[in-house]
Design a binder for this molecule. Sequence first.
Ligand code: NAD
Length: 504
Amino acid sequence: MSNPIVHWVDGAEFTGTADNWADVTNPATGVVSGRVALANEADAQAVIDAAVRAAAGWAGTSLARRTQVIFAFRELLNARKDELAQLITAEHGKVHSDALGEIARGLEVVEFATGIAHLLKGGQSPNVSTGHDVHSRREPLGVVGIISPFNFPAMVPMWFFPIALAAGNAVVLKPSEKDPSAALWLARLWQDAGLPDGVFNVLQGDKTAVDALLTSPDIKAISFVGSTPIARYVYENAARNGKRVQALGGAKNHMVVLPDADLDLAADAAVNAGFGSAGERCMAVSVLVAVDPIGDELIAKIAERTNRVVVGDGTKGYAEKEADMGPLVTRAHRDKVASFIESGEKAGAKVVVDGREVRARGGADGFWLGPTLFDNVTPDMDIYTEEIFGPVLSVVRVGTYDEAVALINANKYGNGTAIFTNDGGAARRFEQDIQVGMIGINVPIPVPVGYYSFGGWKASLFGDSHAYGPEGVHFYTRAKVVTTRWIDPSNRPEGGLNLGFPRN
Ligand code: NAD
């Protein structure tokens, strides 16, 4: 079989025993580039067992050594990021510069994790009661599972594993079966960085692999990112099996433009955030809320820019410039997004720019769809209610700021949002009024930096811990509080019987 993409266990490739494989395709050509192993239960158990064997040794490794390994990984990844970006483009389709961007955002979390010694420091209170001292410590959980989506095959796993590993856990990563090679590449890099074998493992597969992680008593926590129905399923089942769980789901991110905004900058932002990565980002802007009276002028500016977006094969260098936007991830997903465009048109929205007419610079059988701009979208249309996850930007026109806020707060998702305005008072009010986890003020994709935490509200996140940053450290560790009394012979306590509840 050409290019089998298998599991990674105990520092080596592992083919597994399942005779179940899925095609991996280059979306820019439509050509199958590899076949990924889909684990059965026995394969999943073999991967989990390896992680269990390695976990205690790694948890007992000094903070100094663990930190050195994270630093080494950071250096290697930075030096070799171009290789990883090429792998991402070949299986996901996003253009090379965009793939480098996702690695850069993952590197931020690696850099945050190099400070783990500081982040794990506990508290200490001497003499809380006569002769009694208290200190706290945070310890790793054991083996943790990470289940990631197709759209960020490197960054999303890196939201989690640098902190999980730095904190002393062993990891089983279950990547998306659509673009599984990045995970294997990262596993090899951990080995090169000096991580002991078995501490970082990759389990390839689909629902069977996910269910094995959700039900295994050896997996102590689950970090999931993907669509809302699966996030809910993972949250409920992981919790039912007694695990700590954070499950990040889908999104419908609104960008509000107030009449006083700089419309040229707002139009640039809408196009970049709407169509970057072909709209396959959980923080993509998919709804633009134009507050009267700027709708016509703003839409004209967005349409002009949308028509200039170059769609093409991100694996190729073009003489003039790289393509701005690549293909969609699979043919099925491309067709689903195209069917949303048909449905929006039928429902009465105005197609201002039609991505179905795209002329892409790429293979004839690539999964192409150009950027599409809809005007006059209303909240009852399915192009508004559903997460399309493609290059489709819907403009909803409203009369006032209050209508814009009410629209966003009524939406079932609450991942990201942005407001474009030069009115500081309005921006400040927005930040208080809006029921969304991540807010941009004149910033269209407000993904928090690595030392804050990432997470949405409502159907965009199940569980209470956000990803990475301080909440990531908290999620991958558990607390102990130790109360100590050492007997000083020169000042020996009286002792004696006293069955009352101890008071300080
Ligand atoms: P998905 O839900 O189809 O798949 C995510 C993971 O779940 C994959 O590893 C997949 O193998 C597994 N999976 C799929 N079906 C399953 C099932 N029935 N049972 C158990 N496991 C299953 O998501 P996707 O299409 O890979 O990714 C796109 C989605 O991810 C979008 O909805 C996007 O908004 C969301 N996303 C959210 C964030 C965030 O931070 N909130 C970030 C990135 C992507």
